[in-house]
Design a protein around this ligand. Structure first.
Ligand SMILES: [Zn+2]
Length: 424
C-alpha cells in the first residue's frame, strides 16, 4: 500500500463518522410534497439544469416530473439526456443514492421501477429524520424555512421583498402594518428582521447575485425613496426597483443584521436556473463590503463557482470572510477538490466550511456528504503525503472545517445546538 493510500484510509476512517454542520439546505421535500414521487424528486434537484443543458426541453422536463403519467414513459423521455450527463456531479449523486440507500448499482430502464417502489415505501417525514441521523448531520441551516424542525435544523432568512423587489402588499399582510412612507417601509424592514432573529434565525441569506451584479455601490436615501414612491403610486408593489434602491436597501439590511450579531450567507458564482449572467456573481466584487462591514461575518457560498480558486484570496485577506463549499461537490467534485487543495495552501483552516448539501431530500444530503467526506480525505491525504502537515493536524483541520467553523460562525451554541453527540 502506498504512503498516500495508507494515509487516505486512516483519514477517511476518522472523517467518515464525524458529525457535521451542514451550512445550506432547502426546505425538506416531505414538507411540500406529502406523497413524493422518486423520479420527480430526483429531477427536481439542480439535476434538471444539467438535463436541460444536455438538450432536454423544459416541456419535456415538466412531463417527466408529472407523477400522473406512466413511470416508464417518463423515464424514456429522460433516458438519452440522463446518459448524456451521467458523468456530472448531480447524476453521480443520484446514482450514489441508488447504491447506498437502495442497493442498486445503476439507474436505468431496468431498475427505475424497483427504486421508485422502495422510495415510496418510506414514511417521508420519518425518513427525513432518520436520514439526517444516518448522515451524521448535527445541524443544517435551512434557507427560508422558519418553521423548520429544530431537532436538526436552524433557519436562515431572506429579504428579497425589501431588497431585490418592493412588495408592499406582501409586507403589509405579513406584518399587519400600514405603509405610507419610505420611513414606514424601513421600519417594516427592521421589524421583519427582528421577528426573524427573535424566532431563532442564525443567518441572513442573500441571493442578490442572481438578479444583479455583486458590485454593490452606494445608492442614496433620496434615490431609494424615489423608487419606493413609484411602487407605492403604481399600487401594484411589483415594479422593478432601481439599482440605487437595491444598493441602499442592501446596506440598510446589512447594518440591521450586524446589530443583531448574525452572519451573512452570500450566494456567489453561478446561479441555479437555465441561463444567467455568471460574472454578476463574481465574489471578488464584494471587497468594498468586506472592508466596510469589518465586524460582520460573510460566508461565501458555493465556493463562488467558477471563481473557486480566486475566493481563497478573500478568505486569506479578510478576517471576516469564510469560503464555503456548499453545493460544491455537485457542481464539480474536481472543482471542490482543487479549491480545497488551493485554499489549504493559503487560507487559515479555521475559515473554511467543508459542507452544505443544498438538496432538501435526506438521501441527496447523505450521498452528497459521502462524496464531500471522500474528497476532503483525498485532499488532506495528499497534503500529508507531501509533508505539508502531519496526520494529527489533518484530522484536527477536518473537524474544524466540517463542524467547528460553521458551529462557531453561525453561533449555534447560542442557538441551542449541543455538541454532546460529537462526544458520544
Ligand atoms: Zn441553495
Amino acid at each position: 500500500m502506498s504512503d498516500y493510500s495508507r494515509i487516505y484510509e486512516e483519514l477517511h476512517a476518522f472523517i467518515s463518522p464525524l458529525w457535521v454542520v451542514d451550512t445550506h439546505e432547502h426546505t425538506a421535500v416531505y414538507k411540500s410534497d406529502s406523497n413524493p414521487d422518486y423520479l420527480k424528486t430526483m429531477i427536481n434537484t439542480y439535476a434538471r439544469m444539467d438535463l436541460h443543458s444536455a438538450g432536454m426541453a423544459k416541456e419535456m422536463l415538466a412531463k417527466a416530473m408529472d407523477p400522473s403519467l406512466p413511470l416508464l414513459e417518463r423515464w424514456a423521455l429522460c433516458e438519452p439526456y440522463w446518459k448524456a450527463c451521467r458523468n456530472t456531479g448531480y447524476m453521480r449523486m443520484h446514482e450514489r443514492v441508488a447504491q447506498e440507500v437502495y442497493g442498486i448499482r445503476e439507474i436505468s430502464r431496468d431498475t427505475i421501477e424497483q427504486i421508485s417502489v422502495q422510495f415510496a415505501s418510506k414514511d417521508a417525514r420519518q425518513s427525513y429524520h432518520e436520514g439526517l441521523e444516518r448522515a451524521k448531520i448535527l445541524c443544517a441551516i435551512v434557507d427560508s424555512d422558519m418553521d423548520c424542525d429544530r431537532r436538526h435544523l436552524r433557519p436562515a432568512f431572506r429579504l428579497e421583498e425589501f431588497v431585490e423587489r418592493i412588495e408592499i402588499e406582501t409586507v403589509r399582510k405579513t406584518l399587519g402594518v400600514s405603509i405610507h412612507t419610505f420611513i414606514d417601509w424601513l421600519d417594516a424592514c427592521d421589524e421583519m428582521i427582528n421577528r426573524y432573529c427573535d424566532a431563532g434565525a442564525v443567518a441572513f441569506k442573500t441571493t442578490i447575485a442572481t438578479d444583479r451584479s455583486l458590485n454593490i455601490g452606494y445608492g442614496s436615501y433620496a434615490e431609494a425613496e424615489e423608487s419606493f414612491i413609484r411602487s407605492l403610486r403604481e399600487d401594484n408593489g411589483y415594479l422593478p426597483p432601481s439599482s440605487a434602491y437595491q444598493e441602499f436597501m442592501f446596506r440598510h439590511v446589512l447594518s440591521r443584521v450586524q446589530q443583531r450579531g448574525l452572519p451573512v450567507q452570500m450566494h456567489t458564482g453561478m446561479a441555479a436556473g437555465y441561463g444567467n449572467i455568471i460574472p454578476n456573481g463574481n465574489p471578488l466584487q464584494l471587497c468594498p463590503l468586506f472592508l466596510e462591514y469589518k465586524d460582520m461575518d460573510f460566508v461565501i457560498m458555493h465556493m463562488g463557482y467558477p471563481y473557486q480558486l480566486e475566493i481563497g484570496s478573500l478568505g486569506k485577506m479578510f478576517q471576516n470572510v469564510y469560503p464555503d463549499l456548499s453545493w460544491a461537490y455537485l457542481l464539480s467534485a474536481n472543482g471542490a477538490k482543487a479549491a480545497l487543495n488551493e485554499w489549504l495552501d493559503s487560507v487559515p483552516a479555521t475559515k473554511i466550511m467543508a459542507f452544505g448539501g443544498d438538496c432538501g431530500h435526506e438521501n441527496h444530503m447523505y450521498a452528497h456528504l459521502l462524496i464531500a467526506k471522500e474528497t476532503v480525505s483525498q485532499v488532506l491525504a495528499q497534503k500529508v503525503a507531501e509533508g505539508c502537515f502531519d496526520l494529527d493536524h489533518a484530522k484536527w483541520m477536518a473537524e474544524q472545517m466540517f463542524l467547528m467553523n460553521p458551529y462557531r460562525v453561525f453561533r449555534l451554541e447560542q442557538a441551542g445546538v449541543s455538541l454532546q453527540k460529537k462526544e458520544e
